[in-house]
Design a protein around this ligand. Structure first.
Ligand code: CTP
Length: 394
């Protein structure tokens, strides 16, 4: 699986272990993967489509007769980098082994060219039945990876081999199969995100529209690649982020202070925050009256990136720019002025990008390379930028 793309189809069969796949999905999302869930129709008796749609943040289809105009079985199969089927029942395994295409999941499996991991869960007597044994052997022969189910207590009083394995064991095998690289192991990545707020008085502030989503995506992607990650978050909800050290800040001044504590020990700085360019010259300690808002004198905030590149040692520095026109010229000028290795320029014409899960724009490197990106996920951009940083680190 390439660094840029981490699209996974999670196929869900009709086993009670379907509920455990909710945890699996969450853990894979935490590791930077984007998941499309394709449950079999009968699995919806255990976990409904609404749960999968809410957890994955994507629409959920089970049948060929839904969303026909998009030819879902082909489009989903083509966009996936990996297919994980968990849990897989004896019936689902039999249908896949037989080349059936009687629901959306089996159809897309038949059409897929990507690696497929099947995680069975069933009663031991079904797992050891001659037909299941033959079907599993056939699938393995054809290149599918079929995980061994765990041994232990089942839903009822019986025990034996057939239990759904622990999420951690599934993820370990998934990582091994995807060749997921820990190419940032031992590296420290410092990320800033969100938008600073510059107080006018205790109630009002000057702020901006940055949601912080891009920084969260970078932090997640860097964790997934083995880095120690510190996020300086300006007015951004980080409650869904795991494995990341977080400093919450409000203003450009606080962000500057947090950066000066962390910068010297980092290997890569990704400055995705929208730092306010100006702040009120005077901050009132009491709420002011509206007639005093007629004139608010401003002063420029210090350019945080420029001051860090003046003291940098070996850090790779990545900056962002949001432009509505002359993307390349404006961003290249910022890259030089701020001493950056790479800059990503968001094309924000028409208010696009803010708060969204996708972005479009251009990566520009110190060597003058331009890579145009049209409608990519913020997760994918995160990995592309980290790829560049790793190349710079040598
Ligand atoms: N940045 C910074 N310190 C500031 C303002 C911006 O470090 N006071 C960083 C941002 O985090 C971003 C990059 O500089 O990575 C470019 O930000 P942008 O606002 O596009 O650039 P400015 O230099 O503020 O230029 P403009 O006049 O276009 O706003």
């Amino acid at each position: 699986m390439s660094g840029a793309s981490r699209e996974v189809v999670l196929g869900v069969g009709a086993g009670i272990a379907a509920y455990k796949s909710c945890d699996l999905l969450r853990r894979l999302q935490d590791r930077g993967y984007s998941l499309t869930v394709v449950p079999t129709p009968s699995s919806l008796n255990f976990v409904g489509a609404a749960t999968w749609a809410a957890l994955s943040g994507r629409p959920v289809f089970t049948q060929m007769w839904e969303n026909v105009h998009e030819v879902s079985h082909i489009s989903i199969a083509q966009s996936a980098d990996f297919i994980l089927i968990a849990p897989a029942t004896a019936d689902l395994i039999a249908r896949i082994a037989g080349g059936r295409a009687d629901d959306l999941l089996t159809s897309l499996v038949l059409a897929a060219q990507t690696p497929i991991l099947i995680v069975p869960a069933m009663h031991p007597s079904m797992w050891t039945a001659a037909s299941t044994v033959a079907n599993v052997a056939l699938l393995r022969e054809r290149g599918f990876t079929v995980m061994e189910p765990d041994v232990g207590r089942l839903t009822g009083s019986d025990s034996g081999q057939g239990r759904f394995p622990e999420s951690a064991a599934i993820i370990e095998l998934f990582d091994a199969l995807t060749g997921h690289t820990q190419d940032l192991l031992g590296k420290r990545v410092l990320v800033t995100g969100g938008g600073t707020r510059e107080a006018i008085d205790p109630v009002r502030f000057i702020g901006n529209r940055s949601s912080g989503k891009q920084a969260l995506a970078i932090a997640k992607a860097a964790v997934l690649r083995g880095a120690h990650v510190h996020l300086i978050a300006a007015n951004t909800d980080t409650s869904h982020l795991s494995g990341v050290e977080v400093t919450h800040v409000e203003s450009a001044k606080e962000m500057g202070q947090a950066l000066s504590l962390e910068f010297s020990t980092c290997d890569i700085l990704v400055m995705a925050a929208a730092v306010a360019d100006a702040r009120p010259l005077h901050q009132y300690s009491e709420k002011i009256k509206k007639n005093q808002l007629d004139v608010i004198e401003l002063e420029a905030t210090p350019d945080l990136l420029a001051s860090l590149s003046a003291i940098k040692t070996n850090q790779v520095m990545i900056g962002f720019a949001a432009e509505t026109s002359e993307l390349i010229a404006s961003a290249s000028a910022k890259l030089t002025a701020k001493g950056l290795d790479v800059i990503y320029v968001n094309d924000v014409s028409g208010g696009a990008i803010f708060g969204k899960d996708t972005t479009q724009g251009m990566i520009i490197t110190r060597t003058g390379a331009h890579i145009a990106l049209k409608e990519v996920s913020k997760d994918a951009l995160a990995n592309l930028l980290l790829d560049h940083a790793i190349r710079q680190l040598g």
